[in-house]
Design a protein around this ligand. Structure first.
Ligand SMILES: *Cc1c(COP(=O)(O)O)cnc(C)c1O
Length: 371
């Protein structure tokens, strides 16, 4: 006979019980109306035509893909002047972030990141049984001093999204060097470059260089943002051989589909599309930032962004919730993150120029200014 204390159903591990599932950006109103999606930092220009053509090419779907995405690693290595052996591809950079944390942190360990950073980070830390540590930042910019001061014997991984999501801010080369120099060498530093392609050259954080020389630095990149291939789920990482070896042990065996590998190779070879995306984004970002600055007397404030979105704070009478509703009525979905402790902010993806104008005039009207 079963003891009375026996559980009657499978028991969730307590650290898994702590996980709140990732909340994706909305694309519909609550009553099902389609919205123009400025809530997930996708590329408003779509993707490279060459990538689209590669995707439509008749493949052999009955065959497994190259498990090591070698041709894609070669194409990336060529572009960024990295030894392809130091590159591993993943099912989005999300898979590789998971693997990196899983390889080096577990129950009893700590995973550090800035208070306002990628909402997947705490979920990843909890998934492996480690404690997520939310470090104080400096008005949405990562604080190297605070991160270093938060390191303990239990710290195993520091995750730095640079540029940061949701702030869009980035720290430069000197600050990244100082962070790395101040970390114990047994702590893994992950530089998450999801928005790396959008960063102005002068703001390059030197991540690739560091990843090629240090034993404890991993850089992750993605095809989901500037390359416009979020639906294909492809990312990659580079770092020292010991780190690449760890990721290769943990990642899915056939983690990138054959179609995805083909499309990504074509996308890498079409840097014109990336340059076009960067240009359209820079113009739209500047336009939106200036329009928000002009609404400063109504308490709106744009955090300076290096990425393809702007975090707008509502620090006056006009609330983020009212702006969310007005934009919803105008047909736009943007990102409200009360669950991340940001009830007074909206993250707005830079869309097509005409959509930016509609968003701006909606906010102007809401503030009682002539649109
Ligand atoms: C969007 C984003 C990613 C990309 O995730 P994928 O799994 O590659 O789609 C990674 N990090 C940050 C900070 C992001 O905003």
């Amino acid at each position: 006979m079963r003891a009375a204390t026996m559980p009657t159903q499978p028991e969730l591990k307590p650290w898994i019980n702590e996980i709140r599932a990732y909340v994706p950006g909305k694309s519909k109103t609550d009553d099902g109306r389609e919205l123009i999606k400025l809530s997930a930092n996708e590329n408003p220009l779509g993707c490279s035509n060459a990538a689209l053509a590669a995707l439509k090419e008749h493949g052999d779907p009955e065959l497994y893909p190259d498990p090591n995405s070698r041709a894609l690693a070669r194409a990336l290595g060529n572009l960024h002047e990295i030894d392809p052996a130091q590159i591993v591809c993943g099912t989005g950079s999300g898979e590789l972030l998971h693997c990196a944390v899983q390889a080096f942190a577990g129950p009893g360990d700590e995973v550090l990141f800035s208070k306002y950073s990628f909402s997947l980070y705490p979920l990843i830390a909890r998934k492996v049984g480690a404690a997520p540590v939310f470090v104080e930042d400096d008005d949405f910019t990562a604080s190297v001093d605070h991160i270093l001061a938060s390191v303990t014997d239990k710290t195993k991984v520091v995750l730095l999204d640079n540029p940061n999501n949701p702030g869009g801010t980035a720290i430069g080369r000197d600050e990244v060097r100082r962070l790395h120099a101040g970390l114990p060498s047994n702590v893994l530093l992950v530089l998450d470059h999801a928005y790396g392609e959008y960063v102005e050259d002068a703001m390059d954080d030197g991540g690739f260089e560091l990843a090629s020389s240090a034993q404890n630095v991993l850089v992750t990149r993605t095809f989901s943002k500037a390359y416009g291939l979020a639906g294909l789920r492809i990312g990659w990482a580079t770092g020292a051989p010991n780190l690449i070896d760890a990721l290769n042990r943990l990642r899915g065996a056939f983690n990138v589909s054959a179609q995805g590998q083909n499309a990504a190779i074509a996308a890498v070879q079409d840097q014109e599309f990336v340059a076009l995306s960067r240009g359209v984004n820079a113009a739209g970002r500047k336009r939106l930032a200036q329009a928000i600055a002009a609404l400063g007397n109504h308490g709106l404030r744009a955090i300076p962004s290096q990425a393809n979105f702007i975090l707008v704070l509502f620090e006056g009478d006009v609330t983020a919730t009212s702006a969310l509703e007005a934009l919803d009525d105008a047909g736009y979905a943007v990102r409200h993150m009360p669950g991340q402790g940001l009830p007074n902010a909206l993250r707005i993806t830079i869309g097509k120029p005409e959509d930016m104008e509609n968003v701006i005039s909606t906010l102007q009207t809401l503030c009682g200014e002539p649109a």
